[in-house]
Structure formats: C-alpha cells, structure tokens
Design a binder for this molecule. Structure first.
Ligand code: NDP
Length: 328
C-alpha cells in the first residue's frame, strides 16, 4: 500500500491540532475516482479549519483543502478515465470529506469537472473556489437582469481571493468597478485587474444611514456586517448586491429601507453544493472570460511544505489574490 503526504487536522480532548503526516491509500474516504493531486489552494475557510477559529470541520480526522486539481489515476465513474485532468471545489471538501492538502484524493465523480481546454491545473487552482464563487455572483447579478449600462459595480474585500476575481470578472464583462479595500498599497494591483475606482474600507465599516447617496447598480460583498449594510444603502433603484462572505462579521446591521423604497435586492450566493451543471457552465465561462496573464498575476505558487503556515495566516487578512499549493 503506497503512502502519501497530507496535512491532517485531529482533535484530542477537545483540542484541535493540524500537522503534516504520512497516510496510506486505505485511509482515504469513499469515492469512485482516485486522483494524484497536482495543486491545491488556500481559502479563507481552510484558514478557519486549520486554526479552529470557526467550526468548519465536521468530522475528525480531516484533511483540509476546499479546492484541488489533479490527474485521474483510477475511475469507476463513466465520465472519467485515468489521465484526465480534473478540478473539484467545495462539495464538503476539507469539511466533511478529505480535501486538497494531500498528494492523493478519492472522491465521487459527480463532484469533478474536466479542466476546460485552456486551463492548466495551476490556473484552475488560482481560480478555485474564489473564482467560482465570484462567477456565481456575476451569474446572480446577470440573472437579476443587471448589465453594465445600469451603472457602476462595487466589490468589497477586493484584494482577497473572491474579491479579486469579482473585480476581474465584472470588469471583463464591461462593468465600471469600484473596489473597496483596507489596503491602499494594493491600489495598483486592483487597477491592474480591472478596478476603475479605489474606495476605502473605513468609509464602509461603520454603521451609516439607512438610505445614502445612490452610487452602485450592482455589487459583490465578501465582508458582511456594516460593509454590506452600507453597500445596500448606496445601491440604486432596482440594483442588487450578491453577498457571499463574512470576513467582517456574520451580522447584518441594515434597514429594510433600500428593499422597500428603492427595490434593491440582496442575492445570496454559495458555492459549496455540487450542482454539477452550474459548475460546468461556470468553469467554461471562467476559461474563456479570464485573461491567462491576469490569472497568473493573481497567483503566488508555494511548495506543499508551506501550505499549513500560509493557511494559518489567511485569517489575518494578509493574503493578496490567491496562494496556490504545488504538491510535488
Ligand atoms: P481572503 O482572505 O482572500 O479575502 C478577504 C478580503 O477581505 C481580504 O483580502 C481583505 O481585503 C478583506 N478583509 C479582511 N478582513 C476584513 C475585515 N475585518 N473587514 C473588512 N474587510 C476585510 O478570503 P476569500 O476571498 O477566500 O473569502 C472571502 C469571504 O468569502 C470569506 O468570508 C469566505 O468564507 C467567503 N466565501 C464564501 C463562499 C460561499 O460559498 N458563499 C465561497 C468562498 C468564500 P482588502 O484588504 O482588499 O480589504
């Protein structure tokens, strides 16, 4: 039985710990497809999982890693054959099913999407859950009927993973994008990926009036709390904000005024459930809409032995764009 290296989260006497371990294939969880994991990536949720700062992990032991891209080594699923390059994100990976911080993975074929032509495994992981979630946010805004002709779009947590992809995808779709950031030093980076205006996090982070000057037709919020409340209060008639994150808090200290007086909508977005057809549609569009040079500009590639340390640091809001883990 061959062994492989993994990060494993264990719990003993109520105390959680995470470390590198050697595991055997017979310890993998059930699934009809085996993969050699080539790349993974670090998401905010992985930071919460390895630090134990939020109850992300739903069974122990657990291999963290919400995202993975790999090569199929065995398949009992009709859709996949050895050699296929595939990506999996969400679906409980790193929470209830062993995730991507490992050299091997076994998972159900219905969670997998074959990599669309232009995307390499490393670029697919640069996109990962962050890009997929941003794509789902754009889908939600478009399905609401919004288009760049309606006005400006706003993105909070803009230099983070989801935020960066939201800025890039909205700009690519023709929107003029305002990026809210707490890191003025990232202004050039944000402009390089498509932001037209840089807004200051502090201007959004304290509770404001229920209705404020109408500035935005659409938005993507990764922060929650007062930031989301202020974004809603600054949204124009019939506009919408797609909300997907909570780095600033789980609460929503908002008023119903934007909803009932301006017809503003709050669109919830989650990217964890499998919904394979929606995923295929999203990956196909990500592969065509995003410029590969821009994807590469958002990416920092690190070796596997730095994954745990970097996952711990993401909860401090210290990561720009996407940190991709190379498994070799
Ligand atoms: P990142 O850490 O990469 O990005 C978060 C960004 O938010 C930071 O880079 C920073 O950007 C900003 N930020 C950090 N702390 C605060 C704070 N206290 N107040 C305001 N802004 C802050 O995380 P991800 O992009 O991976 O995830 C973002 C959020 O989206 C998380 O809450 C995550 O759980 C959620 N998420 C939800 C998904 C879903 O299915 N609904 C899927 C994926 C992610 P800046 O410095 O530019 O202000």
């Amino acid at each position: 039985m061959s062994t492989f290296r993994a990060v494993r989260i264990d719990v003993q006497s109520g105390a959680q710990s995470a470390d590198y371990v050697e595991m055997t294939e017979d310890e993998l969880m059930p699934g009809d497809v085996d993969l050699a994991v080539l790349y993974s990536a670090i998401n905010y949720k992985d930071g919460l999982a390895v630090t134990g700062k939020a109850p992300v992990v739903r069974r122990f032991p657990m291999i963290p890693g919400v995202d993975l891209a790999g090569r199929v080594t065995r398949s009992a699923h009709a859709g996949f054959a050895p050699g296929d390059l595939v990506v999996a994100t969400g679906c409980g990976l790193g929470e209830a099913h062993f995730g991507g911080f490992a050299q091997k993975a076994r998972l159900p074929g219905e969670w997998l999407v074959k990599l669309p032509g232009a995307l390499t495994p490393a670029r697919a992981m640069t996109i990962g859950t962050a890009g997929l979630t941003a794509m789902f946010c754009l889908f939600a805004l478009e399905r609401h009927g919004l288009s760049p002709a309606d006005g400006m779009a706003v993105v909070s947590g803009a230099s983070g993973g989801v935020g960066s992809f939201a800025v890039a995808l909205l700009a690519q779709a023709g929107w003029r994008v305002a990026a809210i950031t707490g890191r003025p030093a990232e202004a050039d980076y944000l402009r390089s990926i498509g932001a037209a205006e840089i807004l200051t996090r502090e201007d959004f982070s304290s509770p404001g009036k229920a209705l404020q000057t109408q500035r935005f037709a659409a938005g993507v919020d990764t922060v929650g709390g007062a930031t989301l409340a202020n974004m809603l209060a600054q949204t124009r008639f019939d506009g919408a904000i797609a909300a997907c994150g909570n780095v600033g808090g789980m609460d929503l200290p908002a008023s119903v005024a934007p909803f009932i007086l301006r017809g503003v909508s709050l669109l919830g977005v989650e990217s964890v459930r499998p919904r394979i057809n929606l995923r295929r549609e999203a990956w196909a569009r990500l592969a065509t809409d995003l410029d590969v040079a821009m994807i590469d500009a958002m990416c920092e590639i690190i070796p596997f032995d730095q994954a745990l340390e970097r996952a711990r640091s993401i909860v401090g809001g210290k990561i720009r764009g996407r940190v991709v883990i190379e498994m070799r």
